[in-house]
Design a protein around this ligand. Structure first.
Ligand code: SF4
Length: 293
């Protein structure tokens, strides 16, 4: 039998984020069993702050047991300021094969939605059917998955305990088919020396979504080892923007991904989940919204 996750207690939960596409955020879990090797920026930060000791520590998630009590206290004080809440920047809200995490995440979303606070969600896990119940969960929420490849061998190395790519897409499509807003984060997109793949093939698989966020891989020396990586990311950004324009999908190219002027650079301060432009408006301030680490 799987061991119960350890519990921790926090003093606060909601916080204002400085991240490019976010407003308020929360992390109701400490650590993440997906154990990504890109590397995981959240893990690096927690290590630097002394919250965790090492990778082994990180991949043993701990649930914030008082998350709902904290929301009960914080929501009345903050709800007029909050435009939306992003789950999550420092963990994964639908961690694969972690039912306790899923259960707590559903409670958190339902609690926020009860006060008409909409959520943007991003996972490398799978989405439960429960979210289709719009009596409990707002139909204004936006559900996203991170997809940077379709190659399972690559996933088993870089996202060892995350869900298989096609399973991820399948559960997102189910939400889309139920009329909910969906999006994809193609970040951190790997260079060809890490995996040889066809970007268009990946885009085709997720062409049902409302938004696509594309961003380069950071904090990995393998990128600079790929001779023409700047040009590679410029070309990828062009492919993503053209694909999205043709298919009338909103898109956002993350800050620092492109170095040429043909794809307009995005301002770091833009709020991609707030400002919704018409699908054929592909100025740098494209759609409003969020992240993979
Ligand atoms: S899913 Fe996100 S938080 Fe979890 S290990 Fe991977 S990058 Fe880190």
């Amino acid at each position: 039998m799987k061991q119960k996750l350890q519990k921790i207690y926090r003093k606060s939960l909601l916080y204002k984020s400085g991240v490019e596409y976010a407003d308020y955020c929360l992390n109701h879990v400490e650590g993440c069993s997906h154990g990504c090797m890109y590397p995981c920026y959240a893990m690096m930060m927690k290590k630097r702050c002394g919250v965790i000791k090492n990778y082994q520590d990180w991949i043993k998630p701990k649930i914030v047991a008082n998350a709902i009590e904290l929301l009960d206290k914080e929501i009345p004080k903050l709800k007029d300021k909050i435009k939306f809440v992003h789950l999550c920047f420092s963990t994964d809200p639908f961690m694969y094969e972690q039912p306790e995490v899923e259960e707590m995440t559903l409670k958190v979303i339902a609690r926020l939605n009860k006060d008409k606070i909409r959520c943007t969600v991003l996972t490398k896990g799978v989405y439960p059917k429960d979210l289709i119940d719009t009596k409990k969960y707002s139909n204004k929420n936006e559900y996203g998955i991170t997809i940077v490849s379709l190659n399972e061998k690559f996933r088993s190395i870089f996202e060892p305990k995350a869900s298989p790519f096609l399973k991820r897409i399948k559960t997102l499509k189910r939400l889309h088919e139920s009329g909910l807003k969906t999006w994809v984060s193609m970040e951190p997109y790997p260079t060809p020396n890490l995996v040889k793949q066809n970007l268009l093939e990946i885009l085709e698989k997720v062409s049902f979504v409302d938004k696509i966020v594309f961003g380069r891989l950071n904090y990995n020396s393998a990128v600079a080892e790929y001779r023409d990586y700047k040009n590679f990311y410029n070309e990828c950004a062009e492919i993503v923007s053209k694909f999205c324009e043709i298919n009338k999908i909103n898109y956002h190219i993350k800050f620092g991904t492109v170095t040429n002027s043909t794809v307009k650079k995005n301002l770091k301060s833009e709020k991609i989940f707030i400002r919704q432009l018409k699908p054929n408006d592909h100025t740098s301030l494209s759609f409003a919204s969020s992240l993979s680490i």
